[in-house]
Design a protein. Structure first.
Lengths: 99, 446
C-alpha cells in the first residue's frame, strides 16, 4: 500500500529548505510510519531531489513526523527554474511511497 | 488583565487572498481583532521598487479594495484591524486608508503607522555585512531592499495607545497576532511561555484558509465540502494562552485536529525551536483536541528567550529567467515533446546563447518530481524549457526558440507560450537587535 492510505502530508518552504509533515489518520498506524518512513528511505524515494541533509522530527502525541530537507528546492522559490518552485507538490511524492 | 477570551480572526493569508471571507469574519465572527497577513518574502522587495518609481506607492495593491470591503463594518463593531499591507510604505498606506474612510463616510478612529523595518542603511560593517546562507559579503549598492522582521512590540504599543487600525511593513507574521493577544490579556512580552503560546495562535491562523480546510482536500481520503465559500479562521484565546480555533458558522471548509496538525507543522523545522523576533517558541508538546463542530483546542506551547539578532530579508537582482512551453498529444506524444526539448537546447547552443542554468521538463511526466516520477506514457505532455540568463535579451530567446518549434520542430506541437521575468532573489542576513529601532506614528481620522 502507499502512504496516502494511512497518512496525510503538507509541504512548506523556507529558502532552499523544504519541510514535509506526515500525519497518520489513525494513531495506531504511527509506529508503522516511524519504522518504515526513515530519512534514508525518503532520500532514495526522492531520487536525488534532495541534495543536502534529511532530518526527521518525531511528534508521537500528534501522530506526526516532520521531515526537513536542505538543498531540496534548487535555490528556493525566488530563483529556482522549477515549475513548482515552492516544492509544494513534494508532499504528494512522499505519500506515493510504498510501505 | 481581562478574563474574557480575545476573539481574533485572520482575514488574508497572502496578498492575493479572497476578500469575502474577511467580510464574513467581521460581520459574523464577533471579533475583537482581524489580521491581514499579505507580505510574502519577495513582495516587499517588489514594493520597494514601486516606491522608488512613485513615492506615493509601495504598499499592497489590494489595500484599497480590502479596506473598502471591511472598514465600515469593522469600525461599527469595534473590530481592530492589524495588517502588514504597508509593505515598503506604511505612511502612504495609512493615507490610502484615510481616503477610503472619507469615501465611506467613516470617521472618529486612529491609524497607527509602524516603520523602522527598512534597514538598507545598515548594510555594511555597522549592521549586517554577510548573507546567512552563503557567507557572501553584502554590498549596499547591490541590494534592492533589506527589511528586518520586527516583532510584536510596536503593535502592542500602538494598541495600548488606542489605535483602531495598525499598518506595518515587515513584521514577523505571528507577531501580528501575538501583539493583540498580549495587549488584551496584559501579558508581559518577556514571559516567554505566554509569548510562545501567542506565537502558536499566530502561526496557526496566519495562512487563513490553510487551517479551515483549504489546501487540505484529497478526494476519497480527505473530503472537504464548500471550498468555494471557505470560511477563514478565528481563535478564542484565553488569558493562559489556550486557544480554540474555529470559523464562522455556515461557512465552507472544516476545522479539525487534522487541519490544525497540518498547519502546526507548516514551514516548521525543529518543532521545539521556532524562532521569531519575540521568542524561540517550542511547539513540540502542543496538544490538539477536536471538540467537534469545527472547534479545536490547542494548548501546551512554550517558549524561550528571544534571540539577540533580527532576521533581515535581503532582495537582490539575480539575472533573468526566460521560459517557453509547447504541448504535444496522441501517439508518441512524449517522444515528440522530448525531441522538441533537445532541439531547443541545441538551438540555444548553436546561436551562441550560454544560459547560466537550463531546465527542460515534460509537464505531465516529470516536471514536478524529476527522476522520482514513475515513467508512464501520458496521452499529452507539455514541453517546458526554462533558463536563467544574464540579460533580458538572452532570456527572450528561450521563448522564441520554443515558439519556432511551430514551423521547425516535431509534428503536432500546439499552444505555445513564453514569458520573461527579472529574478529578484531573496536572501537572509542577521542584524543585532539593538541596531534596529522602530517608530509608531498616529493618524487621526476625524
Amino acid at each position: 500500500m502507499t502512504l496516502r492510505e494511512i497518512a496525510h502530508a503538507r509541504a512548506g518552504d523556507k529558502g532552499d529548505i523544504c519541510n514535509i509533515s506526515l500525519i497518520v489518520f489513525d494513531p495506531r498506524d504511527y509506529p508503522r510510519i516511524v519504522e518504515h518512513v526513515t530519512p534514508e528511505r525518503v532520500r532514495v524515494h526522492f531520487s536525488g531531489l534532495v541534495q543536502g541533509d534529511i532530518t526527521r522530527f518525531e511528534l508521537p502525541h500528534l501522530g506526526a513526523l516532520n521531515f526537513v530537507m536542505t538543498g531540496a528546492l534548487r535555490g528556493g522559490v525566488t530563483r529556482s527554474l522549477a515549475l513548482d518552485a515552492h516544492g509544494k507538490s513534494l508532499s504528494s511524492l512522499l505519500l506515493n511511497l510504498d510501505i | 488583565m481581562s478574563a474574557r477570551p480575545l476573539r481574533i480572526g485572520c482575514g488574508a493569508g497572502y496578498s492575493g487572498d479572497r476578500i469575502e471571507p474577511a467580510v464574513e469574519l467581521v460581520e459574523r465572527g464577533d471579533l475583537d481583532v482581524i489580521v491581514f497577513e499579505c507580505l510574502a518574502e519577495r513582495t516587499i522587495a517588489l514594493a520597494q521598487q514601486a516606491k522608488a518609481r512613485d513615492p506615493g506607492r509601495g504598499f499592497d495593491p489590494l489595500l484599497e479594495e480590502r479596506m473598502a470591503a471591511v472598514l465600515r463594518d469593522a469600525r461599527r463593531r469595534g473590530v481592530r484591524i492589524i495588517t502588514n499591507m504597508g509593505a515598503a510604505n506604511p505612511p502612504a498606506a495609512a493615507d490610502c486608508v484615510r481616503q477610503v474612510a472619507a469615501r465611506l463616510g467613516v470617521s472618529g478612529f486612529t491609524i497607527a503607522v509602524v516603520t523602522g523595518d527598512d534597514v538598507r542603511q545598515l548594510a555594511g560593517s555597522e549592521g549586517f555585512s554577510r548573507l546567512a546562507e552563503t557567507g557572501e559579503p553584502v554590498n549596499r549598492d547591490d541590494i534592492v531592499s533589506a527589511n528586518a522582521y520586527l516583532g510584536a512590540e510596536p503593535i502592542v504599543e500602538a494598541l495600548q495607545r488606542g489605535a483602531d487600525v495598525v499598518i506595518t511593513g515587515r513584521v514577523a507574521d505571528p507577531s501580528m497576532f501575538l501583539a493583540p493577544i498580549a495587549a488584551h490579556h496584559g501579558w508581559r512580552l518577556d514571559d516567554w511561555t505566554l509569548a510562545g503560546r501567542g506565537t502558536l495562535v499566530g502561526h496557526l491562523l496566519e495562512c487563513a484558509g490553510q487551517i479551515t480546510g483549504g489546501y487540505f482536500a484529497d478526494p476519497g481520503v480527505k473530503d472537504v465540502t464548500g471550498l468555494a465559500r471557505l470560511g477563514f479562521p478565528l481563535a478564542e484565546v484565553d488569558a493562559d494562552g489556550t486557544a480554540i480555533v474555529t470559523k464562522p458558522a455556515g461557512s465552507g471548509g472544516q476545522v479539525t485536529a487534522a487541519t490544525c496538525t497540518e498547519q502546526l507543522l507548516y514551514e516548521i523545522h525543529d518543532p521545539s525551536s521556532y524562532v521569531t523576533p519575540d521568542v524561540v517558541a517550542d511547539f513540540s508538546r502542543v496538544r490538539i483536541t477536536d471538540l467537534g463542530a469545527d472547534r479545536v483546542r490547542v494548548e501546551g506551547a512554550d517558549g524561550r528567550r528571544r534571540p539577540d539578532t533580527l532576521k533581515v530579508s535581503v532582495g537582490q537582482f539575480d539575472g533573468w529567467i526566460g521560459e517557453g512551453q509547447m504541448s504535444y498529444a496522441g501517439p508518441r506524444a512524449a517522444a515528440r515533446g522530448r525531441l522538441a526539448g533537445q532541439i531547443v537546447a541545441e538551438r540555444l547552443r548553436l546561436t551562441g546563447s550560454v544560459p547560466l542554468e537550463l531546465r527542460v521538463d515534460l509537464i505531465g511526466m516529470d516536471a514536478l518530481h524529476g527522476a522520482a516520477s514513475p515513467m508512464v506514457e501520458p496521452y499529452e505532455v507539455r514541453l517546458r524549457v526554462a533558463a536563467r540568463t544574464t540579460s533580458e535579451a538572452e532570456a527572450r530567446k528561450v521563448g522564441r526558440e520554443v515558439e519556432a518549434l511551430f514551423t521547425n520542430g516535431p509534428a503536432g506541437g500546439g499552444g505555445a507560450f513564453s514569458a520573461v521575468r527579472q529574478v529578484l532573489a531573496i536572501r537572509t542576513a542577521l542584524v543585532p537587535r539593538n541596531r534596529v529601532s522602530y517608530r509608531v506614528d498616529y493618524v487621526t481620522v476625524s
